[in-house]
Write a protein that binds this ligand. Structure first.
Ligand code: 1GP
Length: 250
């Protein structure tokens, strides 16, 4: 089954899905495999692999391979550039940072990466990537014209544009490690304006924060930092996943 279909089924059945983000630059490939094993045991629905650095090549390939070996979960690339593509993954968020000021992040990296996606037979999942204040490293690196936290209508307009452009997923990103996640009101506004699959991430550490965003209309919650820091990682992810799933439902 295709990864997109698999995610859709989880969302339909359980109300919402949870994805665990692993940055290949932050640990050795073996350790990435251990995180994936814990994520799978805790009920996470897939592993996203990517980060804001240009970590690619061998390190990326080995990281993806270790994750595949350790866990029976789909691996979706979450690339910062064309360097973030690995033949060993299952799918790729084929993303465009719609609110970047630099065309490289809107269509440039995509042009460079598309032939590789085809050659490696990766499943492309078209996704709009919208950077919300504070935006973190992703916002800085991507030269984002950040969407202010008090402008939900701006996020909704971008999201609707993405839907009309044919993108099936929208990612509202506050930036990894953000002090505050994307505002609940903004999630609601985007949900109301569109019917795409809505991903929310950046700064989500508490189960309550995840649940509030699912209740506001998020279909997928992404956490990264949570697994990097947690001492009892498996329990932390389990708590988060539980909050995501018990809040979901149309
Ligand atoms: C970053 O949204 C993701 O791209 C995850 O953010 O590391 O804060 O969980 P955190």
């Amino acid at each position: 089954m295709k990864v997109e279909e698999r995610l859709r089924r989880v969302i339909a059945k359980e109300g919402a899905a949870h994805l665990t983000l692993i940055d290949p630059a932050k640990q050795a490939p073996k350790a990435a495999g251990e995180i994936a094993l814990d994520a799978a045991a805790a009920g996470s629905d897939g592993i996203m692999v990517g980060g804001s650095t240009r970590a690619g090549g061998k390190l990326l390939d080995q990281t993806v391979q270790e994750i595949k070996k350790a866990a029976d979960l789909p691996v979706i690339l979450f690339p910062a550039s064309e360097a973030g593509i690995s033949r060993y993954a299952d799918a790729i968020f084929f993303m465009s940072m719609l609110n970047s000021r630099n065309p490289y992040f809107i269509t440039g990296a995509q042009r460079l990466g598309a032939p590789l996606v085809k050659r490696f037979k990766l499943e492309p999942i078209p996704m709009a990537y919208l950077l919300i204040e504070p935006g973190g490293t992703a916002g800085r690196v991507g030269k984002a014209d950040l969407i202010p936290r008090d402008k939900p209508e701006l996020a909704a307009a971008y999201a609707l544009a993405a839907q009309y452009l044919g993108m099936r997923f929208i990612y509202l990103e506050a930036g990894s490690g953000a002090k505050q996640p994307v505002p609940v009101g903004m999630v609601k506004a985007v949900r109301k304006a569109t019917d795409v699959t809505l991903i929310v991430g950046g700064g989500i550490r508490a189960p309550k924060a995840a649940a509030e965003r699912v209740n506001a209309g998020a279909d997928i919650i992404v956490t990264g930092t949570l697994v990097e820091r947690a001492e009892d990682r498996r329990a932390k992810i389990r708590e988060l996943v539980k909050a995501v799933k018990s809040s979901g439902g149309a």
